[in-house]
Ligand binder design. Sequence first.
Ligand SMILES: Cc1cc2nc3c(=O)[nH]c(=O)nc-3n(C[C@H](O)[C@H](O)[C@H](O)COP(=O)(O)OP(=O)(O)OC[C@H]3O[C@@H](n4cnc5c(N)ncnc54)[C@H](O)[C@@H]3O)c2cc1C
Length: 508
Amino acid sequence: MRGDVLIAGAGPTGLVLALWLTRMGVRVRLIDETAAAGTTSRALAVQARTLELYEQMELAAPVLERGHRVAAAALWVKGERAARVPLERIGSGLTRYGFMLVYPQDEHERLLIERLSQLGVAVERRTELVDFSEQQERIVARLRRADGTEERCEVSYLAGCDGAHSAVRARLGTGFPGGTYRQLFYVADVDAAGPSINGELNIDLDQSDLLAVFPLAGRGRARLVGTLRDERSEHPELLTFEDVSSRAIEHLKLSVARVNWFSTYRVHHRVAEHFSAGRVFLLGDAAHIHSPAGGQGMNTGIGDAINLAWKLAAVLHARAAPSLLDSYERERLRFARRLVATTDRVFTLASSQGALANVVRTRVVPWLAPIVMRQHAAREFLFRTVSQLSLNYRTGPLSRGRAGAVHGGDRLPWVAADGQDNFHSLAAMRWQVHIYGVARPELSAWCLQRGLPLHIFPWGEAQAAAGLARDALYLLRPDTYVALAEPSAAVRELERYFTDQQLALGAH
Ligand SMILES: Cc1cc2nc3c(=O)[nH]c(=O)nc-3n(C[C@H](O)[C@H](O)[C@H](O)COP(=O)(O)OP(=O)(O)OC[C@H]3O[C@@H](n4cnc5c(N)ncnc54)[C@H](O)[C@@H]3O)c2cc1C
């Protein structure tokens, strides 16, 4: 059987890539070597930027409905709650999703699989990608089924969404430089009671090893995440929940009724040297892995998939030159490197040992955190960073111009004013133009003639405060990022953009 894109790996990254490609009319095959989808909760945080992009697939509403909004983070020292930082409205005014949301990865994957099957695509289980080669502008892959039979599969492109131990990455021979944390991570999903089971995030600061209790949807359900660096971490296979739970019981006054899942794992911080080679791409954990503190990993894989999907669709539908695909690595590798460096710095700092670090953690942080979080600028910076709203492709090859505070490559600022929400039209997964103010007749005529949707919003204080420029032109890509920000709104600039980028307009 032939398909346009073979996706190896049906974790969140592969599932999202399959969804977006299918919606854009690209035929996909999605294979996974496992017999069934994962049943453990793993990544919990669904960041605001992911939810915004999920509107393109009507996925934001079900994730919100099934997930849990975290009202606050409490910092514990010596068995007492030393500080509480409200999170409920931490990003209000910046996005529709200005809060922290947790939604376990297994439920999340089930939702994506469900949506994919509604589009007529099923995950081909017990099907392993064994090998592949590029032959005459095609990828020829060898797939092996559980019964040992093999199949030759010919496609235009191969997407390696096959996780941290990626066979695709290994076959490409792409380096995966970085390191491994000394700490051993453990996770446990529990049914429990106590003051730290209150729907909030509870973090114990007493020791340099991390211990946090995340709320899950449903009464009395929580996830414990911790690290160990003592001798117990030498033999993780022997560890049980009982070996690690005393601190949570003593420090966070947790009373555990049932352990639903317990697991330990080592965490690496690594970024692949390349995210693409010819007709092959690496996405998600196959391309980058880092500490789970900060809840970025899964969200970044989803972002990779959405970045690549429209580019593959444009090239396969002959509306873009194949060179468009080079921008995937240019845009996503830079972000992944910065993310891995940042999570590494933060994690290393937070887990540093010694008397001074102890004082900072147990005295300074509980005192300072609520003060800092009361500062609008600090709160906004933190939220924008963690939620990935500030992720941009300014230095990428597809980004051009600046109008107001908005550069080509930026996420469009969200403005909801006078009953109008400028993100509504972004659900369309296609090129479009936004004007805030008045559009010149020749621009309207050009857009109409080319079938390029033009959305005109009223100008006002809210638009100015968001950093938009009056009457400027914002050309938006199918993945909602600003391609061109042009203060003059001149048609020739718009035309030049499409010519220079060798892009033709179409539905996607
Ligand atoms: C125990 C544990 C706890 C975690 N906790 C957190 C957390 O708290 N927060 C957080 O942000 N992240 C956490 N993570 C990481 C998070 O789960 C990953 O970032 C996320 O799953 C990455 O998604 P992915 O789709 O890129 O890769 P994966 O989810 O790893 O999916 C890869 C898929 O590819 C398949 N596959 C592999 N090789 C082949 C092949 N040759 N042929 C066919 N299929 C193949 C695999 O079966 C798998 O289904 C945790 C991970 C683990 C293991």
